[in-house]
Ligand binder design. Sequence first.
Ligand code: G3P
Ligand code: MG
Length: 251
Amino acid sequence: MKFTSDLTSPLIIAHRGFRSKYPENTLTAFEAAIDAGAKMIELDVTLSKDREVIVIHDDTLDRTTNGKGPVKKYSLAELKRLDAGSWFDSSFKGEQIPTLGQVLDLIKNRILLNIEIKKSAYESDSPNDAIEKQVAGLVSMAGCLDSVLFSSFEPAILKSIVKIENRSRIALLTEKPLAKKTWEFCKDLTPFSWNPDYRSVTEGRVQEMHGKNIRVFPYTVNSLSDAKRLVEMGVDGFFTDDPALMISLLF
Ligand code: G3P
Ligand code: MG
């Protein structure tokens, strides 16, 4: 699937994969999201000690693996030895932390992909192997530019992505109501979407974004009442931990 295809609305985005039923940010959770009929997968990327692009949400290993401490203190080989499935359920024992390359290989343009580059991985001195440079390179090497949306809570990362490849689609990711300063920094990057915390979305803001040809994809929506309220406000899609449930309720 590509962004140039006819996209259904609302676009159901599987947050960290099919996270409510599978261990988040694993190949199994991504495959399950595709099976469930989600239209886009969201994942989080950061760097290992040896600067490989890996897929994990937290800056520490403790919650989602049997490892301990900061992710960045471990090499890819060390991270690959960890179990990223048992914490969720013993039936997922042996699930590994994936690399971004593995995910791109797995999905092969079958579904849209939102790559969230962790703010904590940002380096202001922008080395040659900075995370955003590596991510842009991996996506373009895999031939996936037309099915990827890049996002980050760090606007400088988005600026850098557009500088590397100006056809990149970027999403302005915000935690709080959109600050004027953030908008001023990002507006010239012509964002594809605004991805806000769903609690900060107003109908006026949705209309304002649509007036600028920017889509609105709030995160993370897990109740039918919130989903309906947001759809009535006109959002173009939303992130959810349970894509199967949202598809069964809305379509
Ligand atoms: O990109 C939407 C959402 O994933 C942002 O928050 O903390 O789940 O990465 P978080
Ligand atoms: Mg995320």
